[in-house]
Structure formats: C-alpha cells, structure tokens
Ligand binder design. Structure first.
Ligand code: GDP
Length: 137
C-alpha cells in the first residue's frame, strides 16, 4: 500500500467536477484517507509549488491555485503514486490520453484539473503540507 497527495484544482472545483473525479479514483481502487476543501493564499500556493519558483509560469500558476477553493486529498492504494499519475494524464491536456482526468476535464496546460505527487519523497512532503500531523483514517 502506498499513499499519494492529489488536489482537485480550482478550475475543476468551479466547473463542478469533484464528484466525477472522485468517482474515477474510487473505481480505480484509490481510497480517500483524508480530504479538506481549502482556499489557498498566494503564499501557501507558492510554498506548495516552491520547486517551480523561478519558472516563467510560477506567478500565473500560484495565482490560479489561490483563485478559489481546491480539494487536497490523501489517496491510498497499491502503487498509488504511479497509478494516480497515469489516471491524470499528461500535464498538457492536448497530449493526454483518452479517458484520463486531464483529457476529460482540463482546459489547458495550467488549468489542468488535478495534481498528483510524482515520487515517494514529494508525496511525503505534500501530504504533510496539507495534513500536518493528522492521524490518517
Ligand atoms: P504535473 O506534475 O503534471 O502537475 O506538472 P509539473 O509539476 O511540471 O507542473 C506543475 C503545474 O504547473 C502543472 O500541473 C500546471 O498546472 C502548471 N504548469 C506546468 N507547465 C506549465 C507551463 O508550461 N505553463 C503554464 N502556464 N503552467 C504550467
């Protein structure tokens, strides 16, 4: 069993896709262990995406991520990190495979519906970022 951090991003929350996306997680044996609807401040979004600081899209990305409610969740399942990434599809929905969350619900390379941790270490950091010290269900 492995845990990963996903975020249903502000674009997908605003478009009413929380239920659609959770349905995909649940029908792929990714169990929700924690969830929290948050309205990130710009500073909180910058802290989460600190690895991208200095990139051309950093300001735009962190403004988007702090533009409205988002839903971070801890998901658990076999090979959860890699399987979530596959279900999400490519960063740019134009390159995402049919049936992936981003192909279905993303608007563009920035407003791309979901986040998913990309490795064990980032999952640990990202879970602690949104769920510090909680006893996971
Ligand atoms: P991910 O792991 O697929 O989410 O992609 P990255 O870690 O490379 O980037 C983090 C997030 O930054 C992406 O999910 C997008 O929301 C945004 N992003 C990535 N690349 C670009 C880009 O070239 N332009 C813009 N505007 N946003 C980007």
């Amino acid at each position: 069993m492995e845990r990963t951090l996903t975020i249903i991003k502000p674009d997908a929350v605003a478009a009413g896709h929380i239920g659609d996306i959770i349905k995909i997680f649940e029908s792929n044996q990714l169990t929700i262990k924690a969830a929290r609807l948050v309205s990130l401040t710009k500073k909180e979004a910058e802290g989460f995406y600190a690895v991208h600081r200095g990139k051309g899209f950093f300001d735009s990305l962190t403004s988007f991520m702090s533009s409205g409610p988002a839903l971070p969740m801890v998901l658990e399942g076999d090979d959860a990190i890699a399987r979530l990434r596959k279900l999400m599809g490519a960063t740019n929905p134009a390159n995402a495979e049919e049936g992936t969350i981003r192909k279905l619900y993303a608007q563009d390379i920035e407003h791309n519906a979901v986040h998913g941790s990309d490795a064990t270490e980032t999952a640990a950091f990202e879970i602690a970022y949104f769920f510090p010290g909680i006893d996971l269900a």
